[in-house]
Write a new protein. Structure first.
Ligand SMILES: Cc1cc2nc3c(=O)[nH]c(=O)nc-3n(C[C@H](O)[C@H](O)[C@H](O)COP(=O)(O)OP(=O)(O)OC[C@H]3O[C@@H](n4cnc5c(N)ncnc54)[C@H](O)[C@@H]3O)c2cc1C
Length: 391
């Protein structure tokens, strides 16, 4: 056994390399100094200011895995996970904007794009273009491959007609990965991925959802009416869109796991601080064993979520199969985030229920973690199939 391999195996999962620590610290500082002051306003106005998105580009966190030759940071998937966690600790909406850009859009283009597509889109995605990923429709969510958005081969181009729903980043995005079917009779084998630019004729961003949580993150409908997409904008092979969707979401789930770790951590830190400040019966409430045991339990849940998420992300980097681990990370981290953020509200007592304090927002923001990129039921199905050897 080589020395490197022995060393690698002996490292704790949460051990970060020098580069990872530096990147994480930079993003933590950005989140504290630039994002935190805007959190409450962004939530109320349901909007992320463009100036903040521009700062994300300048920091290099919108093109983490984009190769340096195309203007990106040339870093790893694991770095994306660290970035999403750090941002979500402060604001889950900014975290998901960055998450979708990196773990879904850039990731899909990196894995399935042609050299020409990468050269055309990566410099923009690394510097100013926000990306979005459009799979879901009104009638197809968990059963994603029942989608009805239609693509027709018109000889020199494809024509796309249909609607997409729930599309994160749609209000800001310039580039959309759109899944449509070329032949509904072929079922999932008819599904193809297309790179659709915002100003392609026949493309429109529709109504924006008014949501419970991650309110500053845009979630909109897409309307495609004979949308003209050049032939060179097929991502991957015709009829292989289902494979792109499945494989991208396997990785995306780790990002959502990271988002949930960050949300739980951010909420928890407020809970710890408040418990040491709030006095009842002549003592800080942290002196009471009931509060101490609760904090200990929540800390353990966050640690377990983080380890599951880091493990899945590290596995992604080794080329090993990580389908089960990614689903477990998202499943566990999203459930832990629900528990942690709920209990932190209780630590705050009545103040936790007030919108003047920061903890109710974490509770609202976490809920989506059990819905998007596959509901809790879908994660359980994936894990069960793996456990039963049915995949
Ligand atoms: C804020 C937000 C952002 C989103 N962003 C995006 C995006 O950027 N791109 C995108 O494509 N989509 C996006 N989505 C859509 C999201 O992925 C879907 O909402 C999700 O996949 C669930 O689909 P659905 O809402 O149609 O629920 P349904 O599939 O109708 O599910 C309803 C309930 O039935 C359960 N269920 C369904 N089938 C089964 C089964 N076989 N066994 C057991 N239980 C089952 C589900 O678990 C759930 O509890 C977003 C959603 C939200 C809320």
């Amino acid at each position: 056994m080589s020395e490197t391999l022995t060393l690698h195996r002996s490292l704790p999962l949460s051990d970060l390399s020098e580069d990872e620590t530096m990147f994480r610290d930079q993003v933590r500082q950005f989140a504290e100094e630039r994002v935190r002051p805007l959190v409450s306003r962004m939530d109320k106005e349901a909007q992320i200011p463009r100036s903040l998105i521009d700062e994300c580009f300048q920091l290099g966190i919108m093109g983490i895995e984009i190769p340096e030759k195309h203007g990106g940071a040339g870093a790893t998937f694991f770095m994306s996970v660290l970035v999403v966690e750090e941002l979500a600790r402060v604001d889950a909406s900014v975290a998901v904007l960055v998450d979708v850009q990196n773990t879904l859009v850039n990731n899909a283009l990196l894995r399935w794009g042609t050299e020409e597509q990468m050269a055309r889109y990566f410099p923009k995605l690394a510097s100013k273009w926000v990306g979005a990923y459009a799979l879901s429709e009104a009638g197809s969510g968990s059963d994603a491959f029942a989608l009805t958005c239609r693509a027709e081969d018109k000889g020199d181009h494809f024509s796309l007609t249909g609607r997409k729903l729930w599309i994160t980043n749609a209000a800001e995005a310039d580039l959309f990965i759109v899944m449509a079917t070329l032949d509904p009779a072929k079922g999932y084998k008819g599904i193809t991925s297309f790179l659709v630019e915002r100003d392609f004729p026949g493309f429109e961003v529709g109504k924006r959802e008014d949501k419970l949580g991650i309110r500053a993150s845009s979630t909109c409908e897409l309307i495609l009416e004979s949308c003209r997409v050049p032939k060179q904008n097929v991502l991957g092979e015709v009829g292989k869109g289902y494979k792109i969707a499945i494989e991208t979401l396997n990785e995306g789930r780790i990002g959502i796991g990271a988002q949930m770790v960050g949300v739980a951590q951010g909420s928890f830190e407020h809970g710890v601080k408040y418990s040491q400040e709030r006095q009842q019966f002549g003592h800080p409430i942290a002196d009471f064993q009931g509060i101490q045991f609760l904090l200990a339990e929540l800390a353990t849940e966050i640690e377990a979520s983080r380890l599951l998420t880091y493990n899945a992300a590290r596995m992604q980097g080794t080329g090993a199969s990580f389908i089960k681990e990614a689903a477990m990370a998202k499943l566990f981290a999203s459930q832990a985030a629900e528990h942690v953020t709920s209990k932190v509200i209780e630590i705050y007592g009545g103040y936790g229920f007030s919108r003047e304090y920061p903890v109710e927002k974490y509770f609202r923001d976490q809920k989506v973690g059990q819905i998007y990129e596959g509901t809790t039921h879908m994660q359980l199905l994936v894990i069960a199939k793996q456990v039963l050897g049915k995949m």
